[in-house]
Design a protein around this ligand. Structure first.
Ligand SMILES: [Ca+2]
Ligand SMILES: [Ca+2]
Ligand SMILES: [Ca+2]
Length: 677
């Protein structure tokens, strides 16, 4: 059996998540984030087929049938014999597949490296109705791959031929091979080459480090009529192609390590580049590379076979134990035959070995497909108007670090009951709940409702923060205010709602993120609403977080925020403007409003003795047109000012301001507690 599943490697286990954040590699720059894929959804479980085995590299032949090779199983003839390697012919569609095993065992490859090694299928490609199958030698403990070769069949997989005198690839170099999948018979290929991807060392993380963990993907190509002619192969050098394999350079390097620490005794600190597949999606003009760590699926996309490859999804199924409704797996591929006509819906094949630690029996030791939907980014600017609508219900895809049940459906079902957690065996430094959209929205308000709380977790240590996705990257939002105040420990409570407000962001993703608390470092959620509403951000100057400030300034005076100086109207902080100068200076903020609605805007202002009567002004304007304002002069403490007005037609944004015309004497105002209602 191929123990793709994780062997026990004992990690150090500590009780406090606070000790760990991310693993830090002194490594090259991280893989760039994709901006082309707007949302990606992959099911938490697959659908079994009447078959037996794992790995299942596949190709779609000119005769419209799918061919796939399995390790350690009977293939699609369940009444047949067990074989260490077998090839099946498959018909039907996902959910109703059938097939037969057509070749197996010594008919399908050699073992080159002697005792202690086994043969495994790693890649298959159809060139019309000619089929090629890459088969590797894999150590019985799954920790090194010294050799590989490529078999050929011209009778739809019944018989295979290859040079039995020596493998095409040896010395652990380019020994885990798969091919770009260009659809039926390879009809979508851009040129006359077969493109082959290869890993060095091992097919995934080498748990005992017999060889270096693969962290790079290499690329070769060969004229489609010469696949078994090793001398015809050329390797991508970063700038072109070389017949010398030593000249090869990675088309993708990803040095991330996932599950750096786990509470249990399962494998940890996993490298992310593994035996997978590359499938061309013609409707999106994109290549997708499907990799995995078993706990996660790692997906990348590129406009060409050679890059630039960008990361777009780490789908985290959690550490062991899994359940029959949620599991990850290995040998992740996307058979081109099942890419749907919409160009966005496809199916991912992956397996879980009963010999491993997943703990869910044999149900995933078959050709097993789960749905994947990749929606391209629309790229257009946000156009939504302020209102009560929960944007979590407008084409949003819920996201989280992981999910214990496998489903995030409760996040936007409108009910603040129940609980989902990211309890997942990782000693983790970040836990999040959020949404992604294929299009951009304006947002400024997130309502987070927790789930269950216990000593093991269910809350954030410290303060949960809002991040938004910008160009594929998660960035912190500035001037955030949480109401009610978040306790930062278990007293945050179960099924309790916290509203986080912040300056308007135009984004295609929002998440609440924080350091998970408890002895097992996880958080919980029961509902997460995201809105664009008529509100002021940080009206009390108490907000936290770097980034874009809520309040902007116009004029020539000095200005800023008094923090903890005792000058506030409420809380610890207030805004201020001060100068010995002339002219207009003001703090201002743009507020989303609904045309025709009536609003009252308020502010507390304290003005110094030198401010002449009526030279201070609080009000609202649309563009440069003042719609309502109140004047003020010197005072002896905070005074409340407010204006009430009906918003004119077609006005969706107002500017609220407080400032003064300076008399060329030392003059200041303190402002606090701006409100809109
Ligand atoms: Ca390793
Ligand atoms: Ca809910
Ligand atoms: Ca304040």
């Amino acid at each position: 059996m191929k123990r793709g599943a994780l062997l026990a490697v004992l990690p150090l286990v500590f009780g406090s998540a606070a000790l760990f954040t991310r693993s830090s590699d002194s490594s090259p720059a991280p893989v760039a984030a994709s901006v082309g894929i707007g949302t990606a959804q992959v099911e938490s479980k697959g659908t079994p087929s009447p078959s037996d085995g794992d790995l299942w590299p596949s190709c779609w032949a000119g005769n419209d049938k799918l061919y796939a090779a399995n390790g350690d199983g009977k293939g699609f003839s369940l009444d047949g014999d067990f074989a260490d390697i077998a090839v099946s012919e498959i018909t039907g569609t996902p959910g109703s597949l059938s097939g037969a095993t057509i070749s197996e065992g010594n008919q399908v490859g050699s073992i080159w490296s002697g005792a202690g090694y086994n043969r495994k299928p790693t890649g298959m490609v159809c060139v019309g109705d000619t089929m090629y199958l890459a088969v590797q030698d894999l150590a019985l403990d799954f920790n090194d791959v010294p050799a590989a070769t490529i078999l050929k069949s011209t009778d739809h997989g019944r018989t295979w031929t290859w040079d039995k005198s020596k493998p095409m690839f040896a010395d652990h170099v380019f020994t885990t091979i798969w091919f770009a999948d260009f659809g039926r018979g390879g009809a979508l290929a851009p040129d006359g080459y077969v493109y082959a991807y290869g890993l060095d060392g091992n097919w995934r993380d080498s748990f005992d480090d017999t060889v270096a963990d693969p962290q790079s993907v290499f690329l070769a190509r060969v004229p489609r009529g010469s696949v078994q002619d090793r001398g015809a192969w050329k390797f991508y050098t970063g700038a072109g192609w070389s017949s010398k394999i030593a000249d090869r350079r990675p088309v993708l390097t990803d040095t991330r390590r996932l599950y750096a620490q786990t509470y249990g005794t399962n494998a940890s600190n996993l490298s992310v580049i593994s035996q997978g597949g590359v499938t061309y999606l013609p409707a999106q003009k994109r290549y997708v590379y499907t990799s995995w760590t078993e706990y996660t699926f790692e997906f990348y996309e590129s406009p060409t076979p050679w890059g630039p490859w960008k990361h777009f999804l780490s789908k985290d199924f959690g550490g062991y134990p899994w359940s029959t409704s949620k599991y990850g797996g290995y040998g992740v591929t996307i058979p081109s035959k099942f890419v749907q006509p919409d160009g966005k819906t496809m199916y991912v094949q992956a397996n879980v070995c009963p010999c491993g630690g997943g703990g869910i029996g044999t149900s995933v030791y078959n050709f097993n497909l789960r749905k994947l939907v990749l929606t391209p980014s629309a790229g257009a600017p946000a156009s939504n108007l302020p209102g009560p609508e929960n944007l979590a219900t407008t084409g949003a895809v819920a996201i989280s670090k992981s999910t214990q049940s496998g489903s995030l459906a409760l996040m936007n079902d409108g009910a603040r009951t129940g609980s989902e957690s990211d309890f997942d065996d990782e000693v983790k430094g970040a836990s999040w709940w959020g949404y992604e959209w294929p299009s951009k929205y304006k947002v400024n308000n997130v309502e987070f409702t927790s789930g269950a709380v216990s000593a093991e977790g269910g809350y954030f240590t410290g303060r949960p923060r809002v991040q938004v996705r910008q160009n594929g990257q998660w960035v912190e939002v500035g001037s955030q205010t949480v109401s009610p105040a978040y306790p930062g420990d278990a007293s945050a409570g179960a099924n309790t709602t916290y509203t986080i407000t912040f300056p308007v962001q135009e984004t295609d993703g929002v998440r609440v993120i924080g350091l998970p608390g408890g002895t097992r470092s996880y958080s919980t959620v029961s509902e997460l609403a995201v809105r664009y509403v008529s509100q002021l951000a940080d009206g009390g100057f108490e907000g936290t977080g770097g980034g874009k400030p809520a309040w902007l300034f116009e004029g020539t005076a000095a200005n800023g925020v008094d923090r903890g100086l005792g000058f506030a109207h409420s809380g610890a902080n207030n805004g201020w403007i001060r100068c010995t100068c002339t002219g207009w200076s003001a703090l201002y903020q743009t507020v989303p409003v609904v045309p025709g609605a009536t609003y009252t805007f308020g502010s507390w202002v304290n003005a110094s003795a030198n401010l002449p009567a009526d030279q201070g002004r609080f009000g609202v304007r649309a563009g440069t047109q003042d719609l309502a304002s109140k004047t003020f002069g010197a005072g002896t403490g905070y005074v409340h000012h407010e204006v009430t007005m009906k918003i004119p037609p077609d006005v969706h944004e107002l500017t609220v301001y407080a400032g003064f015309n300076a008399p060329n004497k030392d003059t200041w105002i303190q402002v606090d507690d701006f409100t809109v209602s």
